[in-house]
Design a binder for this molecule. Structure first.
Ligand code: BG6
Length: 525
């Protein structure tokens, strides 16, 4: 890229503060687990620091590990102190915040636990706590059923003194059948409007900005279709391995962990029709239509249009790392995929014939989450200097991580006598344009759940539609001979076969090594 244009706000932005959440007791099942420590508590702390917490907001952590509320607070303090999500961590702010944290040890598989939980909530209310209850199920999928049942049989699915809502973390089932069962169990107990199925990608600022980009600008929507778009690439690359989650990951793999939810959501937001309003049902209805337009693949299509991979040893950022099979807790002959690339076809009026290439993997060259929309070449190469020369087509890059922003690539005349065209980039970078930090996904979503806005949560039929796409792929893979793993080195762009998937007709993946940079950095480089 030889030039950049920077996009800045036309008016000086006045950042409006986030709204305040309703008063409530947030009951976290799985409070001694990883997610609570790493994501939920830092996000809650941050919300408290920026003034979004209702004075009557408290957390009641539930876990099997016996612990006092004091010990729970200490564990959470240690985690928040090192978390990058708990911005501006200070001992003073924490001391204020931790007064809101409580813990109750119990076996969530024991039906006798739920009346005890009800008693505790009643006792807290007697001492001034809120009568609104937000139950957050952050446990392995197998434990979700007894929790839902227990809440229902103890009457906690309704609160006589306020509202009662449930938040369910992924994985929401492991295939279509189990997702249907879980949906049925939840909806026997809670109303759909009180059920919040979380996909944290929907809480990311740039993902929401994609809706604004598409539907608040008249410039892009007329060309956002098969007449002008050649193909779409959606990438979620990570440098991390399976971290301490081998047991979970061995059962899940990249397809269920990332594609079945996060990447399909990114695809839906890219491909959906304009909703009639920005409200929960209108937005979710349009996303479901996209999922329904992706036909389940046959075994033959799965062979042709999917690539699985598993990392072997390699080097990331100058550091040698082991292969997946050497990770603690992973079987030495594991055939779990840590990489997947898929070509999806969205068979509807707008998108027929436009491939959506989706890829995700662990231990890749660099962390990068982005959507690249590649436009068709001009019908005539007017400025080509030789018969074979091609002018680069337009590309819109929606960058989600590590940098948040949008870039538009187009051709410009290179200064000088010849009519030589070079690609240039118009860059809009959140950080450069608005400064400051954007809220992290869990903050946005927790606040929405407290305020009763389910727009950024997935509806039951969306989840089932997602699994209708994924389950046939899992089933076909289980019938095919096991792939020769490992098939990519840690620190690379993934298996070579994934390049082949997209190579026809001069299409290609954008290298994982390159990404959008903020204008200030481009100027400096
Ligand atoms: C989680 C997956 O849902 O998303 C993880 O279970 C993955 O395996 C994570 O690392 C990625 O989230 P983010 O926000 O870091 O892109």
């Amino acid at each position: 890229m030889s030039a950049i244009i920077e996009a800045t706000p036309v008016e000086r932005p006045v950042v409006t503060p986030l709204p305040k959440g309703d008063s409530c007791v947030l009951v976290i099942f799985g409070a001694s687990g990883d997610l609570t420590r790493r994501k939920l508590v830092p996000a809650l702390y941050d919300l408290a620091c920026i003034g979004c917490m209702n004075p009557r907001f408290e957390v009641l952590g539930i876990g099997r590990t016996p612990m006092t509320s004091e010990e729970f607070r200490e564990r959470m303090r240690n985690a928040a102190a090192v978390s990058k999500d708990a911005r501006d961590f200070t001992a003073e702010h924490w001391a204020d915040f931790e007064k809101r944290l409580f813990y109750l040890a119990g076996d969530v598989g024991d039906p006798g636990f739920y009346p005890r939980l009800g008693g505790e909530l009643e006792r807290m209310r007697g001492q001034g706590s809120s009568g609104n209850h937000l139950f957050y199920v952050s446990t392995p999928a197998s434990v979700a059923h007894p929790i839902i049942q227990g809440l229902g049989s103890a009457g906690l699915n309704q609160s006589p003194h306020g509202w009662s809502r449930i938040v369910l973390e992924k994985p929401f089932g492991h295939d279509l059948g189990s997702a249907r069962e879980l949906n049925a169990a939840v909806l026997r107990t809670f109303e759909e409007r009180d059920t919040y199925r979380i996909d944290h990608y929907l809480g990311k600022e740039t993902v929401q900005n994609m809706l604004v980009f598409r539907f608040a600008n008249s410039l892009f929507e007329p060309v956002w279709n098969r007449n002008y778009i050649d193909y779409v690439e959606i990438t979620a690359a990570e440098t991390v391995g399976v971290e301490e989650r081998a047991a979970f990951y061995e059962e899940t793999g990249a397809l269920r962990d990332m594609v079945a939810n996060h990447l399909l959501q990114l695809l839906a937001i890219t491909a959906m029709e304009p909703p009639i309003a920005f409200d929960a049902d209108a937005v979710r209805e349009q996303k479901v239509q996209v999922f329904r337009s992706i036909h389940p693949m046959t075994e033959e299509e799965v062979t042709r249009r999917t690539v699985r991979g598993q990392y072997g040893p390699g080097e990331i950022d100058g550091r040698l790392v082991g292969g997946y099979r050497q990770e603690p807790g992973v079987r030495s002959d594991s055939s779990t995929e840590t990489f997947v690339a898929i070509e999806f076809q969205v068979d509807n009026w707008r998108w027929a014939g436009v491939p959506f290439y989706v890829r995700t993997g662990k231990r890749l060259a660099r962390p990068l989450t982005e959507i690249r929309v590649h436009f068709k070449r001009t019908p005539q190469a007017l400025f080509a200097r030789t018969p074979d020369e091609q002018v680069e087509p337009n590309v819109v890059v929606i960058s989600i991580q590590p940098e948040e922003g949008i870039a538009l690539q187009f051709g410009a005349k290179k200064p000088g006598g010849q009519m030589q065209v070079v690609p240039v980039q118009a860059n809009f970078c959140y950080r450069t344009a608005f400064g400051g930090q954007t809220p992290v996904a869990y903050e946005t979503l927790l606040l929405d759940a407290m305020r009763g806005d389910p727009t950024l949560f997935t509806r039951g039929d969306e989840i089932e539609a997602e699994w209708s796409i994924i389950t046939p792929i899992e089933e076909a893979w289980s019938q095919l001979p096991p792939p020769a793993f490992p098939n990519y080195a840690a620190g690379s762009d993934g298996p070579r076969d994934s390049q082949e998937l997209i190579r026809e007709e001069l299409r290609g993946w954008h290298g994982i090594g390159r990404t959008l940079s903020c204008a200030a950095e481009l100027r400096a480089s």
